[in-house]
Design a protein around this ligand. Structure first.
Ligand SMILES: NC(=O)c1ccc[n+]([C@@H]2O[C@H](COP(=O)([O-])OP(=O)(O)OC[C@H]3O[C@@H](n4cnc5c(N)ncnc54)[C@H](OP(=O)(O)O)[C@@H]3O)[C@@H](O)[C@H]2O)c1
Length: 259
């Protein structure tokens, strides 16, 4: 399918690895110019080279902490009026909620809620003026179904979802959409580190911890980041203008509700 977005300009935050990288790759394959981002310069440069080699797209790497004002400024200097914004960031480490002090909670809410809102504030008016905008927020399946130790992440992301529910309706008439991708278990560095912590806490091997986790997934496997990237590119496509304010759960069937 031709996604109809060749030549569109995209900012994909936190995209040197994992799910963000997969979104950047799918948008580059669709012909977009893509700003990619991460804090580690070498890693970002390697990813930029790989994406240029495999997609022929214009890839602009921006080394920046997306949570900082300077980082956000650098992203918008590289692409002042994006047609597409994919919000992504690292998530807080798993931690019993009793061990969260006020500063840790504020940091978590900033990272997984406020940063996305700030970036949307910067991107949205030119999108409205151009009558085209696609905003995708990578959140988590934990927005719908709690995950032990990730309460801060779940709460901040649920806050983002509720915040943007109204915003999405207020800009839909200008062909600007705001949607959410809710990953379950995807094979990324984040998953490896999370499963490492679970294994340590339970005193079992990493392999057994992962096997236990995947046994709870009806699909009996972890998701491939490229699957999420493809869904992201579709939500950003010319064909998805009538989909807004939606939460697309990609969890291999874990969430048991019929609706
Ligand atoms: N993988 C899963 O199964 C899963 C499930 C549910 C939710 N999620 C959520 O989805 C998001 C992405 O997860 P992932 O698995 O793709 O993680 P990942 O493999 O750890 O990759 C994270 C990416 O974000 C970048 N990054 C982190 N903090 C950043 C910051 N402050 N500024 C700019 N870039 C930053 C990292 O690069 P640098 O380190 O170089 O900055 C890296 O490119 C996370 O919020 C995670 O909690 C993931």
């Amino acid at each position: 399918m031709d996604l109809g977005i060749a030549g569109r300009k995209a900012i994909v935050c936190a995209s040197s690895r994992g799910l963000g990288r997969a979104c950047a790759k799918a948008l580059a394959e669709a012909g977009c110019d893509v700003v990619i981002n991460g804090r580690d310069r070498d890693h970002l440069a390697t990813t930029a080279d790989e994406l240029r080699r495999t997609t022929d797209a214009k890839i602009i790497p921006v080394v920046a902490d997306v949570a900082s004002a300077e980082g956000q400024q650098a992203l918008f200097e590289a692409c002042p009026e994006p047609d597409i914004l994919v919000n992504n960031n690292g998530g807080p480490p798993p931690r019993d909620f009793r061990r969260l002090d006020r500063q840790k909670m504020i940091d978590g809410v900033v990272a997984n809620m406020i940063v996305a809102v700030e970036l949307i504030q910067k991107a949205i008016d030119p999108m409205i003026a151009k009558k085209f905008g696609r905003i995708v927020n990578i959140t988590s399946g934990s927005v719908k179904m709690p995950l032990g130790g990730l309460d801060l992440s779940s709460g901040a992301r649920a806050g983002l979802t509720a915040f943007l529910a109204g915003v999405a309706r207020s800009v839909a008439g200008s062909n600007v959409t705001i949607n959410f991708l809710l990953p379950g278990v995807f094979e990324t560095d984040r998953l490896r580190s999370y499963m490492g912590t679970i294994a340590k806490n339970k005193g079992i091997s990493y392999e057994n911890a992962l096997a236990d986790r995947l046994a709870t997934v009806p699909a009996r496997r972890a998701g491939n980041p490229d699957e999420l990237g493809a869904a992201c590119a579709f939500l950003c496509s010319a064909h998805a203008g009538y989909i807004t304010g939606q939460n697309l759960l990609m969890d291999g069937g874990v969430f048991p509700g019929a609706f």
